[in-house]
Design a protein around this ligand. Structure first.
Ligand code: APR
Length: 320
C-alpha cells in the first residue's frame, strides 16, 4: 500500500513542526508548500536528514507550486501572516482572506479529496472562507482550535492538581479566542468533574476561574513570552492528532471548528464543538445540552465569530 500524502500549506514555524511530527509518527510522505522559495525545500531536507537518526521512513519535498500537492490525503493550512504592530484586525483579515482564496483554489484544483485542517488565524472565519473558496464538502474542512485550547486547559489543571496530564480530560466550546467557553462541569480528573473536585477540597472556585481565564489567554501568554511570534509546538501537535484520527479512522472525539448547519442553533458558520473524526472526515457533531450561563457564553462566542465572517463578506463579496 502506498504511503499517505500530507501537504502542508505554509512552511513557517507551525508548518515545520507539523512536518517533523508527521515524520516521527510515520503518518506518510510530506510535501511542504510555501511562497518563500527555499524555505520549504530547506526544512524538508533538514527533517529528512533527521530520519535515519530517529528511524522513520517518509519522503520530504518542498515546493512553491500547487501542482505538487496533487492527490494529498490531508492538507494542513498555516499559510498567512500574523498580526503586526499597527495592523488592525480588519487589515489582517483582508490579507489572510486573500491567502485563503489562493489556498482554497489550489486545493480544489489539485487535492479535492483531501481532509483539510485550517490553522490560520482568525481561525473560525478563515476556515469558513477556505471552505467557501475550495468548494470542498463541509465535513472535509475543519479548523484546529479546540484540541489546542483543551490541551492548554488540561495542562493547567494537571499542574493545579499535581496529577498526570493523561488523567485530565477537558472540554472547550466556542470560537478560538477570548470568547472561548471552557466547560468545567464536563472537564474531569479520572472521571471526576471539576465542580466535584471543588467540593472535595482539591481546589477552589476562584482558582478554577483563574485557570479558565489563563486558558482563554493561552495564545497571548505565549506571544508575550516569545515576542516575535506565536505558539507553534502545541498548535502543530493538535493538528497532527486530528490528521491521525482521519488517516487511521480512529474516530476520536475531538473539539474542532466544524461547520454547523443548525446544531447548537447555529447555521452556516464554523464554531468550536466536539466532533468525531474518522476516515469520512467530520462524522458526527456532538451536541450537548448547555445550561443558561454556558449558553450565554457560547452565544457571545458565536456572535464574535459572526462579526468576523460578516467582515470577510464585506471585504470580498465573492466569498459569500
Ligand atoms: N501561500 C503560502 N504560504 C504563505 C502565503 C501564501 N499566500 N503567505 C504567507 N505564507 C507563508 C509564509 O511564507 C510563512 O512561511 O506562511 C508561513 C507562515 O508561517 P509563520 O509566519 O511562521 O506563522 P506560524 O507561526 O507558522 O503560524 C501560522 O497559524 O496559529 C496561526 O496565527 C497563526 O495565522 C498564523 C498561522
Amino acid at each position: 500500500m502506498a504511503r499517505k500524502k500530507i501537504a502542508l500549506i505554509g512552511g513557517g514555524q507551525i508548518g515545520g513542526t507539523l512536518a517533523h511530527l508527521a515524520g516521527l509518527k510515520e503518518l506518510g510522505d510530506v510535501v511542504i508548500f510555501d511562497i518563500a522559495d527555499g524555505i520549504p525545500q530547506g526544512k524538508g531536507l533538514d527533517i529528512a536528514e533527521s530520519s535515519p537518526v530517529d528511524g522513520f521512513d517518509a519522503a520530504y519535498s518542498g515546493t512553491t507550486k500547487y501542482k505538487d500537492i496533487k492527490g494529498a490525503d490531508v492538507v494542513i493550512v498555516t499559510a498567512g501572516v500574523p498580526r503586526k504592530p499597527g495592523m488592525s484586525r480588519d487589515d489582517l483579515l483582508e490579507i489572510n482572506l486573500k491567502v485563503m482564496q489562493q489556498v482554497g483554489e489550489g486545493i480544489a484544483a489539485h487535492a479535492p479529496n483531501a481532509f483539510v485542517i485550517c490553522i490560520t488565524n482568525p481561525l473560525d472565519a478563515m476556515v469558513w472562507a477556505l471552505r467557501q473558496f475550495s468548494g470542498l464538502p463541509h465535513h472535509k474542512v475543519v479548523g484546529m482550535a479546540g484540541v489546542l485550547d483543551s490541551a492548554r486547559f488540561q495542562y493547567f489543571l494537571a499542574q493545579e492538581f499535581n496529577v498526570s496530564v493523561k488523567d485530565v480530560s477537558a472540554f472547550v466550546l466556542g470560537g478560538h479566542g477570548d470568547t472561548m467557553v471552557p466547560l468545567t462541569r464536563y472537564s474531569t480528573v479520572a472521571g471526576i468533574p471539576l465542580p466535584d473536585l471543588v467540593k472535595m477540597g482539591w481546589t477552589t472556585k476562584e482558582r478554577l476561574d483563574e485557570i479558565v481565564q489563563r486558558t482563554r489567554d493561552g495564545g497571548a501568554e505565549i506571544v508575550g513570552l516569545l515576542k516575535t511570534g506565536s505558539a507553534f509546538y502545541a498548535p502543530a501537535a493538535s493538528a497532527i492528532a486530528m490528521a491521525e484520527s482521519y488517516l487511521k479512522d480512529q474516530k476520536r472525539v475531538l473539539p474542532c471548528a466544524a461547520y454547523l448547519d443548525g446544531q447548537y442553533g447555529v447555521k452556516d458558520m464554523y464554531v468550536g464543538v466536539p466532533t468525531v473524526i474518522g476516515d469520512k472526515g467530520v462524522e458526527r457533531i456532538v451536541e450537548i445540552n448547555l445550561n443558561a450561563s454556558e449558553k450565554k457564553n457560547f452565544d457571545k462566542s458565536v456572535g464574535s465569530v459572526k462579526g468576523l465572517v460578516d467582515a470577510c463578506k464585506k471585504i470580498n463579496p465573492a466569498v459569500a
